[in-house]
Design a protein around this ligand. Sequence first.
Ligand SMILES: [Zn+2]
Length: 485
Amino acid sequence: MRQLSPSGRRLRDVPKLVTALLIAFGIGGAPWAAAQDLPALGGDVGGGLTAAEEVRIGKQFLEQARKQLEFVEDPEVLEYVRSVGYRITAQTGFRAYPFHFYVVKDPSLNAFAVPGGHIFLHSGLVEEADSAGELAGVLAHEVAHITQRHMARQVSAGRQTQVSTLLLVAAGILAGIGGQGEAAQGLITGAGAYGQQQMLAYSRSYEREADRLGLEYLTRSGFDPQGLVDFLKKLQRWSDLQGRAPPPFLSTHPLTGNRIADVQNRAAELRQQGDTPLGEETFRRVQVRLEATTSGSPAKTYQRFRDRLAEDPDNEALRYGLAMSARRTGRTEEAISRMESLVSDFPETVTYRSTLAELYLDARRTEEAVSEYRAALERHPGRAELREHLGQALLAQGKAEEARKILLDVTRDYPQRPSAHRALARAYTHLDLPIQAHRTEAEARWLEGERAAAVEQLELAQRLAKEKGSPQLGQIQARLKEIRP
Ligand SMILES: [Zn+2]
């Protein structure tokens, strides 16, 4: 059975985290007095906060979250969650700031939204959802909290110093104490005079609004509105089970009064248009991939997939899950043969081909890896991660010049991918072009938020350029000027 309460590790980190957030904002002991005096920017104001302030809070939050939480980085999982998310946000008409979606590696049933457009799903929630519609329902509900600026409005309703209070609320959520009401309130009371009982939980009327709007977003983006109803019912069932802590989701999004009945009635009036976008099959694949790659015990997960597949031998998602967990438990040959059989049964599913290619690379079968990546790219031309991996496979094959060309194109088309810059830097190293290698590695570091390391790389490039009288010197110095603190 899944563990629903958050781990003690993060609870103990709460004071540290709050301090870090407050220091990050320069708040310390003094209230953020200036916040209320700042002029509002345009009409996009939630409570007393401007959009710019929300974005700033979101950024600080994310910086801390990256240190405190473990994120799922699996590209297939992220791409799916983001595709669903952006499909929904496209229906909102909200333009104050862009949305960002993340999956946190945590088995509990939880999701939350942070000012500035950051929406987080726990991996446990993705795994427990029974349909693509349920997952989309949760995302649509969270998106609605953002578009209505609920957290900012709720905090400002308490007439407290808004930015610092909001940070405390955000810290409370980040610490995973949503499921631990007393601890959460202790934190808030202890940290200052912000004794708002309900600070961590959205009010009843905000929940109603998020449900109502969420259902509309869901329907307009083509998902079944029933998804949200099903998810709420699932939460209800979990919390009715005796002797269990309720899912953390319920502490921040309380299931009060007739909420489920209201959502049910409203969903019945709306109707899904067409098939589920992005498909239930894709969703199942993402679920098993998540389970196979993030579960606590790889050996047990492998056995579990074996058992489930024995009962349902034609289940495509389970075949994929077993291959992935075979890989994770070091059974590379088994994983390869399982993926080869999936690719031969489903030649158009690009994910299977790219997974197989990765496995060939693991096994140093670089030629086969290259040809799988090429086959995948024929079906999905232009896809960044496939081109990047093809470049890496070519490098492994010793074809550095061809790799350089491909990777250079990827960094031009997608300048925000640190991994592509890093792979390109390796290609330059192979080609014995150390100045370009350091310059490119600097960009990778810069994109990863490591300014000092980026500067160091550029200084290495600068020294070499001076020694060799390279014409790149001017560009290197200009870049150094831009990023030096
Ligand atoms: Zn809610």
